[in-house]
Design a protein. Structure first.
Length: 119
């Protein structure tokens, strides 16, 4: 399937990480999601009920990333994927979690993980 809805750059402040200091202070995470689904019904009907409400989905993603604390961004990505796939209309999802302030010894701009899950 080639139809998709992309949500890029959802910014969330959260406490994810292995180290104690990561669990004490909010740090930025950026979430990118691509939901694969059949958009033909919505294209024909022009009705929101026939597609995925991307505004509502963005709010759901923000809430789940901010409200739960995990050690690994791999787990954060899995939680986001599960949230997106809870919408029956979605067949497959790609999720990227960016952690631009990851505590590493090397100067770098970003660290991210990307997963893909399907029904």
């Amino acid at each position: 399937m080639t139809d998709r809805i992309d949500l890029a750059g959802i910014e969330v402040l959260a406490k994810h990480g292995v180290y104690p200091e990561e669990k004490e202070r909010l740090q930025p995470f950026i979430v990118d999601v691509t939901a694969h689904l059949d958009l033909a019904p919505a294209g024909r009907s022009d009705d929101l009920a026939d597609t995925l409400d991307y505004g509502a989905l963005a709010s759901e993603i923000e809430k789940v990333v901010a409200s739960e604390s995990h050690q690994l961004i791999e787990r954060v990505a899995q939680t986001v994927a599960e949230t997106v796939l809870s919408h029956e209309i979605v067949d497959r999802v790609e999720v990227t979690i960016h952690k631009p302030e990851a505590p590493v010894e090397v100067s770098l701009r970003d660290i991210s993980v990307t997963i893909e899950r399907s029904r």
